[in-house]
Design a protein around this ligand. Structure first.
Ligand code: GLY
Ligand code: MN
Ligand code: MN
Length: 380
């Protein structure tokens, strides 16, 4: 290991240790007796271990007091020792009964009763086994503790998200450069073009299914991509993202690659653009998240398209592409420096077209910083 690797590992280990300690402080303050995670973004946040779940029991237990421990299939042992700073790693082998191991782990940590906070996305099969292993326990969700820790991003997290946003912004430039060449491509071909460029420019994979909503498909906000060919004069909703150092980007532009757009399109695009600007302008410390939604929605309602704005204005972004804080009516939670959220109003006209414009912003001490800053115009 080089000196630099050792330094990085030291810093990384220290970061994860602080996060586990923060979790234990919240547990001791009354949130519960232990946290139980499985392979998830929560586990990645606390330990750095980022594999996908499978049918084998792989759990991470954080008791309110004492040492956190992995309970994992032995085929992961080397990886867990190399990739995490967790000292206590209990393993089990194929052919053994993992539920007995879970029971022993909980008993040894003194948490067979009490209140256990389980990973929000934990598969039912594992929660069933936890219930069997701790029949006297009550259960809550890990997010009751972890979303509060995760919601404000530190400098390294923000740096990763800035870089991921820059990659996506550069790919918007690549799309504009295509111009008329995009006409005749299918949505799937354009999606492959986007994903290739994201990788070439330094991103890792996609942060969600790439959206290429051509013409009437753009009026379905979460249409992915299909075999429909892009035609001249059609608005195309392009919503995509990639990851850098594990952190995602998420941005949308609506472009017309060639030709004259439909009659109402110029007006609709302008309304969405103004709404998006109003939403971004509303972001700042102490502002209730719902005020961001209201600011964008007011513009769209005033233009007579309120019924065509069929979703909230935005969502927080971190290791999960959708997380707290949600910019939605009823969310009175005040924004704080370090929070990252999307501002993404849209107007969707069924059977005609859709328009959405989306940027990520980070809340600062006196307003916000846009992570995406490419042109929002629809012309290439
Ligand atoms: N691509 C999904 C979203 O913007 O939330
Ligand atoms: Mn998006
Ligand atoms: Mn989004």
């Amino acid at each position: 290991m080089s000196e630099t690797d050792a330094d990085d590992h030291g810093t990384e280990a220290e970061l994860r240790r602080r996060r586990v300690e923060g979790t234990q402080r919240a547990l001791r303050a009354g949130a519960g007796d232990a946290l139980v995670l499985f392979p998830s973004r929560n586990l990645q946040y606390l330990t750095g271990f980022a594999e996908s779940p499978d049918e084998r029991h792989l759990l991470f237990l954080v008791p309110a007091d004492g040492d956190a421990a992995f309970f994992a299939p032995d085929l992961y042992e080397t990886q867990l020792r190399e990739e995490t700073a967790v000292a206590e790693i209990r393993t089990w082998s194929d052919g053994e009964d993992p539920v007995a191991g879970v029971r022993d782990l909980l008993a040894d940590c003194g948490v067979r009763g009490g209140h256990l906070l389980v990973d929000d996305t934990m598969w039912a099969t594992f929660t069933q086994d936890l219930r069997a292993a701790a029949p006297a326990a009550s259960f809550g969700l890990a997010s009751e503790v972890l979303s509060e820790l995760r919601v404000r991003k530190d400098a390294a997290e923000l740096d990763a998200m800035r870089r991921a946003a820059a990659v996506a912004d550069a790919v918007v430039g690549d799309l504009r450069d295509l111009g008329p060449d995009a006409v005749g491509m299918t949505e799937a071909e354009l999606s492959a073009f986007i994903e290739d460029r994201l990788t070439e420019r330094g991103g890792s994979g996609t942060s969600f299914e790439t959206i290429v909503g051509s013409g009437p498909n753009g009026a379905k906000p979460h249409h992915g991509h299909g075999d429909r060919e892009i035609r001249a004069g059609e608005p195309i909703v392009l919503d995509f993202g990639t990851r850098v150092d594990g952190y995602p980007s998420d941005q949308t532009r609506t472009l017309v690659f060639d030709g004259e757009p439909p009659a109402r399109y110029r007006e609709v695009h302008e309304v969405v653009r103004e709404a998006q600007q109003a939403g971004v302008a509303a972001v700042g410390p102490g502002v209730p998240a719902e005020a961001v939604d209201a600011a964008a929605r007011e513009v769209i309602e005033a233009a007579g398209y309120g019924d065509a704005f069929v979703h909230r204005t935005g969502h927080g972004v971190g290791l999960d592409v959708h997380e707290e804080p949600y910019a939605v009516a009823g969310n009175e939670r005040e924004l704080e420096p370090g929070m990252v959220l999307s501002v993404e109003p849209g107007i969707y006209l069924p059977d005609e077209f859709g328009v959405r414009i989306e940027d990520l912003v980070v809340v600062t001490e006196d307003g916000c910083e846009r992570l995406n800053d490419t042109d929002r115009d629809w012309r290439c």
